[in-house]
Ligand binder design. Structure first.
Ligand SMILES: Cc1cc2nc3c(=O)[nH]c(=O)nc-3n(C[C@H](O)[C@H](O)[C@H](O)COP(=O)(O)OP(=O)(O)OC[C@H]3O[C@@H](n4cnc5c(N)ncnc54)[C@H](O)[C@@H]3O)c2cc1C
Length: 468
């Protein structure tokens, strides 16, 4: 007995010296495909994997789906069409979801959205936006999961991947009920931050590779906006060709100098929601590491402090906002950029600028490449208006045979990710990753060995638009 206590004491001492703790696994699960993260990419991945016959678990740390689009109050869904707004490029599961939401009054199909109405106060010609309702997105995503047979597991924070011989065996989650373990044949990292990939040893780039990342923002909503007055001001400024006036740029400068405007945003950014409320993207900070909980906490506190200043500014200067009131602030900080994993192929800026074609395309899009740099937004010009493509290999995590990555952390150079990190492309990446994970279970191969031709033809059958 004495020996046992001596051993136990030594073990505790050893563990604490190495900053290591071990916990007992309190529950274990097994499935074909484990999707970690229930944002746009994770929803697409889980539903499409389950539809193709895989026993699928979707693990999410929040108590609902949607990721940044719900917890971060980000809206609207960015462009999913050609630059002229006339042809829908991102179709497949994304369009199915929008159609279902539209049927219950929870969205406007992008081909029906006109600049100057619900998509107003945009200056860079973002045609093809989708105005949507946050609650409708949560509910509709859950309905799709239930119908496809996805097992939803909320309140699970991924903490560790167990790897052996270049494959992930299991993922471990911190829960209120202890540590849970989920084993799977294939894993799909949809955490936005590449948490699973990083834990499994996949190489990645953080931000610009030299420590800089795009700004973080806390979205909030307002009630009491007079949209007729806002539209009238916008129309009048457009008539006069007064770009600065449309966005109250001079007033922002003056207010900042007077200590009344807290962030470096140069323009107002208000988006009209279906219920008449406004979503606002004007509280912002630079240089925050979205992977560091303490930095995220400080940014959340600081941006929530910015918001009353922004509301006072809007009430004082912006026509139609005289009586606006703060409704709610986002539960999650909006983090634009952390890790981009290294894939079997990394999509380059030149590829996207020149619409390079690949043998394994999974979707195409035409989104602007806009990088939120310190103090301004940089728009990276493309050489053509043709859509650009994303290849399947950009979802295959380098060095780990059974791991796919979809969404904000997939393998693309920074300017490309600045474009495809928006919500519709993330749904499209999710659809491709989920379909590939399920097909490779059926074919009894690892995702990287999957016949790309089979994947592409299956995606096309499922409504994905891939013009030759
Ligand atoms: C400030 C800002 C403004 C934006 N504006 C727009 C816009 O107007 N229109 C647009 O279309 N896009 C916009 N975007 C981009 C878009 O919202 C995101 O890039 C997109 O939602 C990414 O999708 P995702 O599925 O990859 O990740 P996310 O939406 O971030 O989802 C990741 C999910 O994984 C979960 N998760 C993360 N880590 C773990 C873990 N360790 N364990 C368990 N679960 C985990 C999260 O809770 C979340 O639900 C904006 C983003 C930001 C930050």
């Amino acid at each position: 007995m004495k020996r046992f206590f001596l051993f136990a004491a030594l073990a505790v001492l050893f563990c604490s010296c190495n900053n290591t703790v071990s916990f007992r696994v309190t529950r274990s699960f097994d499935c074909d495909v484990l999707v970690v993260g229930g944002g746009p990419a994770g929803i697409g991945a889980a539903v499409c994997a389950a539809r193709h016959g895989a026993k699928t678990i979707l693990a999410e740390r929040n108590g609902y789906l949607g990721g940044t689009a719900t917890a971060g109050l980000v809206a609207p869904f960015m462009s999913s069409t050609t630059p002229d707004g006339k042809t829908m490029l991102i179709r497949g599961f994304y369009e199915e979801l929008v159609n279902r939401m539209e049927a219950e009054g929870g969205a406007i199909h992008p081909l029906k959205a006109e600049i100057g109405a619900f998509t107003a106060y945009r200056d860079k010609g973002h045609y093809g936006l989708t105005t949507f309702d946050y609650e409708s997105l949560k509910r509709t995503s859950e309905a799709f999961c239930k119908e496809a047979g996805v097992e939803l597991m909320y309140h699970l924070l991924f903490v560790k991947a167990e790897t052996r011989r270049g494959r992930i065996r299991a993922a471990y989650f911190a829960t209120k009920a202890g540590i849970w373990k989920i084993s799977a044949r294939n894993f799909i990292d949809c955490t936005g931050d590449g948490d699973v990939a990083a834990s499994a040893g996949v190489p990645f780039v953080y931000g610009d590779g030299e420590g800089d990342v795009q700004a973080v923002s806390t979205f909030f909503t307002l009630r009491g906006v007079n949209w007729d007055a806002m539209d009238a001001h916008d129309a009048e400024c457009r008539r006069r060709g007064d770009f600065e006036g449309r966005f109250y740029m001079k007033e922002i400068l003056a207010a900042r100098e007077a200590g009344e405007f807290p962030s470096w945003r140069q323009k107002i950014a208000l988006f009209r929601n279906l219920d008449g409320t406004a979503t606002v993207n004007m509280a912002q900070l630079d240089g925050v590491n979205g992977l560091d909980p303490k930095e995220v906490t400080d940014a959340e506190v600081s941006e929530r402090d910015q918001i009353p200043y922004v509301v006072r500014f809007l009430r004082k200067y912006v026509k139609g906002c005289e009586n606006c009131e703060l409704l709610q602030t986002a539960a999650d900080l909006g983090v634009r950029e952390t890790r981009r994993i290294e894939g079997e192929y990394t999509v380059t800026a030149e590829d996207a600028k020149n619409s390079v074609k690949y043998p394994d395309p999974i979707f195409c899009c035409a989104n602007h490449m806009d990088i939120h740099r310190k103090g301004y937004v940089e728009y990276v010009a493309r050489n053509t208006n043709e859509p650009y493509y994303i290849p399947y290999r950009a979802l295959l995590a380098k060095g780990v045979g059974n791991l796919l990555v979809a969404g904000r952390c997939a393998a693309a150079e920074r300017p490309v990710m600045a474009a495809i990190r928006v919500i519709p492309p993330c749904f499209a990446m999710g659809q491709a990753a989920g379909t590939a994970a399920a097909l490779s279970v059926k074919e009894n191969v690892d995702p990287r060995q999957l016949d790309a031709g089979l994947l592409v033809s299956t995606l096309k059958e499922d409504g994905v638009y891939l013009p030759e």
